[in-house]
Unconditional design. Structure first.
Length: 538
């Protein structure tokens, strides 16, 4: 027996010199000589920016690649078996019993027309269990869903992001796999839910003696759970070391860049931009949604999504709203933008009450306040070129502008957000996530707004791209005195970019004031819980 065979026997998974290319004219190589191992009950974090090859490496392991992706060279051993050379039927058995995967976006992975019970039941096909329903309930309870008897009858759209992710984990561990591949399982989750999911994965690892390949771009999360770190850049492994060594003394320059980017500090302050002009003034805002009707068609109760909140933002400043999913953060943004109707209260922008405005006046006034949405790809029309997308607001709200002035504004705004002028002729799918977010920013900047509402604008971006987008927003603020209402669940990020902040819980503001005072001297129990849940690089 060769030394390599002996070594493979000690590893649960071993990837050797993997090369992968995509069918095209130039046969571009996407993965280049990728090699690393995973031992039993070991957690290996695979980190790197979007496009580095992390997810393609994971999909190669379970052989779920697109037809255009071809493995040109290399071996993947699982339990000392070369899984690239076995028949598809045998590979299905391995996926069914030994390797499971949690995909990045649970809403896209769950079937929207099947309830949770029917979807989880598929994981138990051919498994002899006398009471599958009770087994499914126990499985959901084990991943932290206490009211599992109610949840099994719900559909995916009726669950929060954290709940959907827990259902995905329950589905993945139903077969008690030897290897769990988790592709960005905590990217868009609140810090408290994120901590629960990480604690759950660690608990399951010990209980099931399960190895985990954890794919992430969040180094703080990786530091909390990893035994080893594998760093990828442009399809290559640039560093492979023990977690403690990586976070104290990384060898590769790219690894050092990732670490530096994860500790975001705003480049400059904008105190000189501040004046006493009120940009946004919210007073006693309430947004209630009817929960159900009785037999006579009357509402029995209401969900108090926003319950009597007040916020004041001055010119050239950033006010942050932080809280968990369901706390009411996005509902406030929607109320400001007129996407939901307030139950009561006042919203003033530039000292004008926008709730009492007529439709035509409100439409004309909209150029002064705009919004960047959480998912840039969903908010950009895939059938429109970037030039048309950015110009759309100008056509509606500034129709008096000539074509030459409009084109000059478009070129100027692309310069501001760091995009090339030839981007105007491309479509959204031709850009990376960070570039699409820049396009979303450009689309609102052309109107020269005084207030910009940023709803989780960096939650799904890599740390390096996140830093670039935040630096861009702050540069723009320093130059134009624009004010930001920044909505986030990342209290660590908020501490770096906002002067003031409000902490929301179940529709109410539980604490509000200077960001530094709240972060360093909070007296509120819920805020302490949020701060305690934030992962720190160990």
């Amino acid at each position: 027996m060769t030394q390599e065979q002996i070594k493979n026997m000690n590893d649960l998974l071993s990837i050797k010199n993997l090369f992968l290319s995509i069918d095209s004219e130039n046969q571009e190589e996407i993965l280049k000589d990728v090699s690393f191992d995973i031992k039993e009950s070991e957690i290996v974090s695979l980190i790197g920016e979007s496009g580095s090859g992390k997810s393609l490496t994971a999909l190669s392991i379970i052989r779920l690649l697109e037809k255009s992706c071809k493995i040109k060279k290399g071996k993947i051993y699982f339990l000392n078996k070369d899984i690239l050379s076995i028949e598809e039927k045998e590979m299905r058995e391995i996926r069914k019993n030994d390797i499971s995967m949690i995909f990045q976006e649970p809403m896209r992975s769950l079937n929207p027309v099947m309830n949770i019970y029917d979807q989880l039941k598929e994981a138990y096909i051919d498994i002899k269990i006398s009471n599958i329903k009770q087994e499914i309930i126990n499985n959901l309870i084990s991943v932290g869903i206490e009211d599992a008897k109610r949840v099994i009858n719900l559909y995916p759209h009726q669950l929060s992001g954290g709940m959907k992710q827990r259902v995905m984990i329950a589905m993945a561990i139903a077969c008690k796999p030897k290897l769990l591949i988790a592709d960005e399982p905590t990217t868009s989750l609140d810090v408290t839910i994120q901590k629960q999911v990480l604690d759950l994965l660690l608990e399951l690892k010990d209980k099931l003696n399960m190895a985990i390949l954890f794919i992430t771009h969040d180094l703080a999360v990786a530091s909390q759970i990893s035994d080893r770190i594998v760093v990828m850049q442009n399809g290559e492994v640039v560093e492979n070391s023990h977690a403690k060594k990586f976070f104290t003394n990384p060898e590769n320059s790219y690894s050092k860049t990732l670490l530096n980017s994860s500790l975001y500090l705003r480049k400059t302050t904008n105190i000189e931009n501040q004046d006493d002009k009120n940009i946004l003034c919210i007073k006693n805002l309430k947004v209630y949604f009817p929960e159900r009707d009785n037999l006579f068609g009357r509402n029995k109760s209401y969900v108090k999504a926003v319950d009597d909140i007040s916020i004041l933002i001055k010119s050239g400043t950033t006010h942050a709203i932080v809280g968990e999913s369901g706390s009411g953060k996005t509902t406030i943004a929607k109320a400001i933008m007129g996407l939901v109707s307030p139950t009561s209260g006042n919203i003033e922008i530039l000292n004008k009450d926008i709730i009492s405005m007529g439709k035509s006046d409100k439409r004309d006034f909209r150029k002064y306040y705009q919004m960047i949405f959480q998912d840039p790809f969903s908010s950009l029309n895939p059938r429109m070129r970037i030039g048309a997308i950015i110009k759309e607001g100008l056509c509606f709200l500034k129709p008096e502008l000539s074509n030459s002035i409009t084109n000059e504004i478009l070129r100027d705004v692309l310069d501001k957000v760091g995009l090339k002028h030839n981007s105007l002729n491309k479509y959204p799918h031709q850009f990376s996530g960070g570039q699409r977010q820049r396009i979303a920013i450009a689309r609102v900047l052309v109107l020269e707004p005084k207030l910009l509402i940023c709803d989780e604008p960096t939650s799904s971006l890599d740390v390096t791209v996140q830093k670039q987008v935040l630096d861009l927003l702050i540069d723009i603020q320093n130059k134009t005195k624009i004010s930001y209402l920044f909505i986030s669940h990342d209290i660590k990020l908020i501490s770096s970019i906002s002067e003031t902040m409000s902490v929301m819980y179940k529709g109410k503001i539980v604490e509000s004031g200077k960001t530094s005072d709240i972060i360093n001297h909070t007296q509120n129990e819920y805020t302490r819980k949020l701060l305690k849940s934030v992962p720190q690089i160990a």
